[in-house]
Design a protein around this ligand. Structure first.
Ligand SMILES: Nc1ncnc2c1ncn2[C@@H]1O[C@H](COP(=O)(O)OP(=O)(O)O)[C@@H](O)[C@H]1O
Ligand SMILES: [Mg+2]
Length: 341
């Protein structure tokens, strides 16, 4: 659907050159929700602007449905742009137009008849859950409602691709969840391919199928969200994952654990279906050992489980050894704290 082939974008600021995007190659399949994550300045927005052709690559090519977009004439470009909807962090609505007027705007530009516009706007507002706000002005709406208007407007010309530039970054957590659900609905019900950029890992976790991590203009890691979450390779990716994972307890909690006689702590990682299986209790029971979950979480990523638990065992050392040997065969387990006792 969208393909970046060795794409670079360099801006010249007088004598200084800014390499905003460096040799990026990525392939986004039709129907995908593809997330690009990176800190501010990583080059994410520039990459999106290459997709909707607001910028041209300095080298390399961007293909949309196998068409090299830099080869298009001005007229073809206008048509192609209509195939790509876009929403923004700050909504970019016209404050002097009503909600209906904002959604109608791209249709007016495209020369659609009044009657058709009226019906389409009604349908779009119903889809985003704002039927009762048609005559309101943006100033009268909450942030989440404004973004719903932005989404309705982006969908007006029935695009095949929706690109989202930090679309939830200005919203509170509950509203963010609402908007992400709506984006999921856009993807599932309308079959629209979504390319989104964000600096928040939880956004990627909740709706993306695939993810690319950008740093300094480069894509440093990419792949399916579940694999990237459960086995991040690059230190930057690990940092992003840690931001939502909190995988070590505070010193206070560890002190308390030690004060109760804790000396050895193991990290157990479950992946996929196994997290719901009572593996730990089965193996420990078999050898007459007790276990204690000191800290951890079980998360759902891409409708699969990912458990990350810190555990200590109580019982005879030889039996604990047997338990560890057996668990090693089933789950990923390693010792994280070993105090001399
Ligand atoms: N039009 C431009 N002219 C000059 N430099 C730019 C321009 N657009 C972006 N940049 C620079 O390119 C780099 C990447 O910016 P951007 O793509 O906006 O990153 P992000 O969206 O990840 O925060 C930054 O250093 C930014 O200052
Ligand atoms: Mg940006």
């Amino acid at each position: 659907m969208i393909e970046f082939k060795n794409v670079s974008k360099t801006f010249s600021l007088g004598k200084r050159e800014v390499h905003a995007v460096k040799d990026v190659s990525l392939s986004i399949k039709k129907g995908d929700i593809y997330g690009i994550i990176g800190f501010s300045g990583a080059g994410k927005s520039t990459l999106l602007r290459l997709v909707n052709m607001l910028e041209r690559p300095t080298s390399g090519s961007v293909f949309i449905q196998n068409v090299d977009v830099s080869s298009l004439s001005a007229k073809e470009l206008r048509t192609q742009r209509r195939n790509i909807g876009m929403i923004f962090q700050n909504f970019n609505l016209f404050n002097s137009r009503t909600v209906a007027g904002n959604v109608a705007y791209p249709l007016k530009l495209a020369g659609v008849s009044k009657q058709e516009i009226h019906e389409r706007v009604k349908e779009l507002l119903a889809f985003v859950g704002l039927s009762d706000k048609a005559k309101d002005y943006p100033d009268q709406l909450s942030g989440g409602q404004k973004q719903r208007v932005g989404i309705a407007r982006a969908l007006a010309s029935s695009p095949e691709v929706l690109i989202c530039d930090e679309a939830t970054s200005a919203l509170d957590p509950d509203t963010t969840a609402d908007i992400l659900r709506l984006l999921k609905k856009v993807n599932k019900e309308l079959g629209i391919t979504i390319l989104l950029i964000t600096h928040e890992m939880h956004v990627i976790q909740s709706i993306c199928d695939n993810v690319a991590v950008m740093e300094d203009g480069e894509v440093i890691e990419s792949g399916a969200v579940f694999e990237t979450f459960t086995n991040p390779q690059h230190p930057m990716t690990q940092r992003f994952i840690q931001s939502i994972q909190q995988d070590l307890p505070s010193e206070k909690l560890l002190d308390e654990w030690r004060s109760k006689g804790g000396t050895r702590l193991y990290r157990v990682i479950f992946k996929g279906e196994i997290a719901s299986d009572p593996v730990l209790s089965q193996v420990t029971r078999k050898h007459g050992i007790d276990f204690n979950i000191v800290y951890g979480s079980v998360r759902e990523v891409q409708e699969r489980f990912f458990g990350n638990l810190l555990i200590s065992f109580e019982g005879e050392p030889e039996k604990i050894q047997k338990v560890l040997q057996e668990l090693e065969k089933i789950v990923d387990i390693k010792e994280v704290i070993k105090d001399e006792s």
